[in-house]
Design a protein around this ligand. Sequence first.
Ligand SMILES: *Cc1c(COP(=O)(O)O)cnc(C)c1O
Length: 427
Amino acid sequence: MSIQRSLSIFERAKAVIPGGVNSPVRACRSVGADPLFIAQGDGARITDVDGNTYIDLIGSWGPLILGHSHPAILDTIAEAMSQGTTFGAPTEIEVRFAETIRAAYPSMQMVRALSSGTEATMSALRLARGFTGRAKIIKTDGGYHGHADCLLVSAGSGAATLGIPGSAGVPEGAARDTIVVPYNDLASVEAAFTTHGADIAAIIIEPIAGNMGLVAPQPGYLEGLRSITQKHGALLIFDEVITGFRAGFGGAQEKYGITPDLTCLGKIVGGGLPAAAFGGRADIMQKLAPLGPVYQAGTLSGNPLAMAAGLAVIEILARPGTYDRLEALGKRLGDGLLAAATEAGIPSCLNRVGSVMTLFFTAGPVTDYASAKSSDTNRFGKFFRNMRDRGVFLPPSQFEAMFVSLAHTDDDIDQVIAAARASLLAS
Ligand SMILES: *Cc1c(COP(=O)(O)O)cnc(C)c1O
């Protein structure tokens, strides 16, 4: 298999784009590979510029729950496009989008659309701070919520620590008000509220962590976060950018029966175009401009093409049996991958919720970022490269999740498992 054209485009890219990519993980550096440049996608498969075809388990990091180039979605976008692409004035489809989101997520009494998950979490936090008049926020170690300054913060030492900047360019001031706690650890949240309770505006959390590899919440964890925040007058923000319309039609909040104050959605709700949303309790959302004092805006917010694409995906997901099918496909893949690793005698554990999963190369259990980091990332790099050579496109990091789509067939899954068996035995 030649990737000569990808390599030569990558050389050009490196001269004009930092690292040759527009989002760092795409560079495949942590797995010791060069990136492939993609020419097209169709269903469960993508084809690179050299003409190699791969079974895709990234799905653009979550949005493509129906697979690539779904005909109904492409038709919808084309039809919307024929009316124009953007107006900077309200369109009816934005109202339909908000109504559809609210119907699926009753906690989102009011909804505002924007263009990326980063904008959704950044705006939700500003709103939480504006609403409560408090400055501090709590996030989890290894929790990813986009790249706003106050969220690019890593844990210091200890259980509940004031954050330190997790990126150059984030001033200490932006990190100082972020408290970092381990995922699945209620005691450290209690401790943070004991010390800083009156200053904490909100906890922001992925109800199912997806960016340290996939880690599910332990029983009682989300309930505990709900009751602690309620007790202290802080807001609970669910970052459902991955889990929204993925963990189930109503997301993780429906699956676990928890009502957050604010919710962030992204990825699937844009149907493969740039759209995201945040929303929640009406009394909080009404603090947003133009009704209230918390400013938030966007030139392309509620873009009619993106709204149309997102609505078309949601309409298909609403059909009966969708999530049962995703669960069946996910289980088939998860069980097969774990069996292949076990057969090869490799210490591993598989975390999965429905159609999202991570095979960790550690005996586990993986319940938080610290335990995820005990994985053998060299082995993962080898696994990634072996799988790509065998025609399977995995997320290029041990700390990311694989995404199965409705376009995958049982046979596709079995091909992935066969490739995994051969790759793991070879390593
Ligand atoms: C992808 C992601 C984001 C950021 O969304 P972008 O559209 O990449 O800005 C935020 N939160 C979570 C949980 C995500 O997975």
